[in-house]
Design a protein around this ligand. Structure first.
Ligand code: HEM
Length: 506
């Protein structure tokens, strides 16, 4: 460490001490926060968590058993209030929704990619978030638009099935996650930019977005911002990556703008008519504070949609397929349902999957047993309030640990078992996925910040599972049975990606 860094470190530690003594929520006077594990001076529980070298969610699971449904963790300068019971989550997100609908401050690196929180997922609860979310809901996922763009899914699924056949022929098995991720990503890119993009470019966009997710994952300065000056190298890398992200997406934005301005009819490359691509709505969007948006904001808003919709859905398909491979009876029951709708050699359409009750049960059971995210995105209260009898200050992260609800034996019978039938005649009947009528599972969140595209997410999962099971019988690779160990990679994925042998059904 050079002398300058040493001096910076000393002054930062001094500032940190001042902050802990006078401003920190848990370091200063007692303020009726929820209870929590005692922390070390200045850094709270941060290093206790780091030293455990386990996924954060496993640590939270243990703490929940000790401290109950609402507890506090002091992670450096950030205070986290973890909420995990069905009742408290419903109270916060649904009954008192607007109060808990904001987001906490972003780290400096995240701010680079969100251009100062100009994204639906990170914007604070207020006029900018309302404008962006309303535009997304009316322009991207209204039912008419979803139907209008069904040909995009058709095109991507056709390529998907061809790719599976080639991969199976070449390797003897297929890898589920990488194929599903690629297919969903190509659908979302086309929905955003109205353009049919080459495979090579889709791969580049997918890889760049993955890098963005990695670099924006929580790091030490997120919890100790006072140390940020020591992480100048990481900030430089983030800015370089942002430039590459812009280089990747801005040409698509410019091509589309030129096409929209000329008012041309769709072509083989520019396939969506003017007004149908998400970016078309962003070109016209006026925000109160920022005025019209620019290329930086367009890049952020389109990247957000592609990232938010890709891994979540692909993860779900992978877990569903795992259980179908492991349990051939469930797979055959599902296959028989699909055949009863479209025959052995028909084509599964979007309107078909909506009517398939067993498919819906399999997908819901997958969301229950393997929620793609174990926490919602971080929430924050819009003003100081109370929850569960404790004080919730405005400047703390409120983290909803929703995975616990689906593991809770008080809510689910044999929660570890994968049993789609529970959604037909059992403890899953009538469960509301949006949590409005009560919280029994919450894969998409609930209330103001609920995933705005949850119906589209379900459609992608339904279609992929139905098409893949209709076309092939899915079997374990001989001598290499699938390993259900999970690991966290932005979503909860299979540690060893699922590989399966596929036998054409007809
Ligand atoms: C299986 C698929 C999906 C799952 C499980 C899922 C899950 C979630 C969850 C848990 C949240 C956070 C809610 C909260 O913080 O309270 C969220 C937010 C969001 N999701 Fe999804 N999602 C899925 C698909 C999609 C798709 C396909 C898109 C876009 C095309 C999308 C766009 C968003 C956006 C923009 C937000 C931020 C909402 C806000 O902050 O107001 N998601 N999603």
């Amino acid at each position: 460490m050079d002398v300058i860094n040493f001096l910076i470190l000393c002054s930062l530690l001094f500032l940190l001490r001042l902050w802990w003594r006078y401003w920190s929520v848990t370091g200063g006077a007692v303020k009726n926060l929820p209870p929590g594990p005692p922390g070390w001076p200045l850094v709270g529980n941060l290093f206790q968590v780091i030293l455990q070298r386990r996924s954060f969610m496993y640590i939270v699971r243990d703490l929940r058993a000790k401290y109950g449904p609402i507890f506090t963790m002091q992670m450096g300068q950030r205070t986290l209030v973890i909420v995990s019971s069905s009742e408290l989550i419903h109270e916060a997100l649904v009954q008192r929704g607007p109060l808990f609908a904001s987001r906490p401050p972003d780290s400096p690196i995240r701010l680079v990619f969100s251009v100062g929180k100009c994204a639906i997922n990170s914007a604070e609860y207020g006029p900018l978030w309302r404008t962006l979310r309303r535009n997304f809901v009316t322009e991207f996922i209204n039912p008419v638009r979803i139907r209008q763009c069904s040909w995009i899914r058709e095109w991507a699924l056709e390529n998907h099935m061809k790719r599976l056949k080639v991969e199976a022929f070449e390797n003897g098995y297929v890898e589920v996650m990488s194929n599903c991720r690629f297919t969903i990503c190509s659908v979302l890119i086309c929905l955003c930019f109205g353009a049919r993009v080459s495979e090579e470019r889709i791969k580049r966009i997918e890889a760049t977005l993955k890098e963005v997710m990695l670099i924006t994952a929580p790091k030490l300065p997120d919890f100790l911002p006072v140390l940020a000056p020591l992480f100048r190298k990481e900030m430089k890398q983030a800015k370089e990556l942002r430039k590459r992200q812009l280089d990747c997406l801005v040409p698509l934005i410019r091509n589309r703008r030129a096409f929209v301005e000329k008012g041309e009819p769709p072509s083989s490359e520019m396939v969506s008519p003017v007004g149908v691509a998400y970016i078309d709505s962003l070109f016209k969007l006026q925000t109160t504070k920022r005025g019209p948006l620019e290329e930086e904001e367009f890049t952020t808003l389109c990247s957000e949609v592609i990232s938010a919709g890709t891994d979540t859905s692909a993860t779900t398909v992978e877990w569903a397929l795992l259980h179908l491979v492991l349990n051939q009876k469930i797979q055959e029951k599902l296959y028989n349902e699909i055949v009863s709708f479209v025959g052995e050699d028909g084509l599964v359409k979007e309107e078909d999957v909506e009517k398939m009750t067993y498919l819906s049960a399999v997908v819901k059971e997958t969301f229950r047993r393997h929620p793609p995210s174990h926490f919602l995105l971080s929430h924050a209260a819009t003003q100081e309030t109370q929850l569960g009898g404790y004080k919730i200050p405005e400047d703390v992260n409120v983290e909803f640990y929703t995975a616990w609800i689906t593991e809770d034996p008080a809510l689910w019978e044999d929660p570890d078992e994968f049993r789609p039938e529970r959604f037909l005649e059992g403890d899953g009947v009538g469960v509301d996925l949006t949590g409005t009528r009560g919280v029994k599972m919450l894969p998409f969140g609930a209330g103001r910040r609920i995933c705005p595209a949850w119906t589209l997410g379900i459609l992608h999962v339904n279609l992929l599972v139905a098409r893949m099971v209709h076309a092939f019988r899915w079997l374990p690779v001989p001598g290499a049975p699938p390993d259900p160990t999970e690991t966290f990679a932005f979503t909860m994925v299979m540690k060893n990606p699922l590989k399966a042998v596929i036998l054409p059904r007809f």
